[in-house]
Design a protein around this ligand. Structure first.
Ligand code: FAD
Length: 407
């Protein structure tokens, strides 16, 4: 059976697929291979993990989460899914600062692409990384920790530096979240009160089809002491799926019922298919201050966007210092598009959006469908780090060569 990504639009086509069950086996595979890519849980929508040579999955490494209460961290195998780690942490009275919309993704894979949730004060998931342990090109085990000069380059790595076998993440005391959904936010209010809306709760998401004079849904995930403000939108009278016509069975509990952080921060439950299930995704990041301009730019392309769109989501993410992070030194608004699963029809629309958002210096999500990424500000530093860790580009592939070319 052909191995594909979650969306089914990318076949991995590797000559060999390795599923090591120990770190020593990972080191052996890497040392003996000419070209290697690592596969996480396969939730990316482009050819980021594709290689004609050796593909390594670290999903079979022992999970072994270890909490260091004094340091406020947990160390865990890179292939573990967020949902699994979250349940473990919560049972021990700990939490992560944020989660993506789905708990199904592997930690190392999500971190490698700068995957994020929402929250004006919350950095992407990679910002919780305090240390990484990776098997580099010669089969050596290298540990990098926050504070090391190379560390900011090694976290959002696009899998181009080595196989991440262990990740150390910051933890917090477990906390409760209440999730509220509002419907039909007047479109004019989004522009007029953007800053208030973006900062209206611990985590804020808006879902829109970019048509009509309302935004379909406003989701607020509130921490202790925060009260919901719908900004003139109506409280939802039933549990909602971001695509209103779909069954909300897969969605985490709403209606303001307090619950553990890991059962409210993701939109979707671990035991169900997330999102629509038949889709492609694209996401662009611009400065949070440029959000209103970015909304207008998308709406000018409404005639192209809406025929291939299932739903869009607007989120906010705090700036960080990670070299290849899409939020590098920029508080960001994330404009997400869940498309129909039709590459040929979606591709030109993505190109049109890239052109329209280029004046705002939009950056793409590394794990989603895009054509062109502007040169990351710290690319030279990243390439120098790669030259040190992987001089022969063992961990390269077509995606990396295309988007991280020196010039
Ligand atoms: C339904 C759905 C919802 C999504 N929601 C969100 C969201 O809310 N926010 C968001 O930002 N993104 C979201 N995404 C995108 C997703 O988070 C990213 O594509 C993420 O990279 C997926 O993690 P993965 O483990 O599947 O990585 P993969 O797609 O398997 O791999 C991604 C990259 O990570 C590298 N990698 C994986 N494991 C390792 C390792 N152990 N060592 C070194 N490199 C490794 C791979 O080589 C590759 O370069 C969503 C995707 C889907 C399908």
């Amino acid at each position: 059976m052909t191995l594909t990504n979650w969306a089914g639009n990318i076949a991995f086509d590797a000559a060999r697929v390795h599923r090591p069950s120990t770190v020593d086996q990972v080191r052996e595979v890497v040392a003996g291979a000419e070209r290697v890519r690592v596969l996480g849980s396969g939730h990316s929508f482009n050819d980021i993990s594709v290689t004609p040579a050796d593909l390594v999955s670290v999903a079979g490494l022992p999970v072994e989460p270890r909490i260091d209460a004094a340091a406020g961290t947990v160390t865990v195998a890179g292939g573990v899914r967020y949902g699994e780690l979250a349940a473990f942490l919560d049972a021990q009275g700990y939490a992560l600062h944020n989660l993506g919309s789905l708990p199904h993704i592997s930690i190392a894979g999500a971190v490698a692409t700068g995957t994020h949730g929402s929250g004006a004060a919350l950095g992407n998931l990679a910002t919780a990384v305090a240390g990484v342990e990776l098997v580099t090109a010669g089969g050596d085990l290298v540990r990098l920790a926050r504070g090391d000069a190379d560390f900011p380059g090694a976290v959002v790595s696009l899998g181009a530096l080595g196989v991440v076998v262990g990740v150390t993440l910051d933890v917090l005391p477990a906390y409760a979240i209440r999730q509220f959904v509002f419907e039909h936010l007047p479109r004019s209010v989004l522009d007029a009160r953007w800053e208030d809306i973006a900062t209206a709760g611990y985590s804020v998401s808006l879902f829109t089809g970019w048509a009509g004079d309302t935004v379909d849904q406003l989701w607020l995930k509130l921490a202790d002491g925060e009260e919901p403000d719908g900004f003139g939108a109506a409280p939802a009278r039933r549990t909602m799926h971001p695509i209103a016509a779909m069954s909300p069975e897969s969605c985490t509990e709403q209606g303001g019922v307090p619950g553990p952080w890991h059962r409210r921060l993701p939109h979707f439950k671990l035991e169900f298919t997330p999102s629509s299930g038949e889709e492609l995704q694209t996401e662009f990041f611009v400065a949070r201050d440029d959000a209103v301009e970015a909304f207008a730019a998308v709406e000018r392309l409404r005639h192209l966007v809406t025929p291939v769109l299932q739903i869009s989501e607007i989120r906010v993410v705090a700036a960080d210092e990670l070299w290849l992070s899409p939020m590098y030194r920029r508080d960001s608004v994330a404009l997400h598009f869940t498309w129909i699963r039709d590459v040929e029809r979606v591709s030109p629309v993505v190109a049109a959006l890239e052109e329209a958002l280029a004046p705002l210096a939009a950056r793409p999500h590394w794990g989603k469908v895009f054509h062109h990424a502007a040169r990351p500000e710290r690319l030279t530093d990243f390439l120098a780090l790669r030259d040190r860790l992987d001089p022969d580009r063992k961990f390269g592939n077509a995606f990396v060569e295309r988007h991280l070319a020196a010039e």
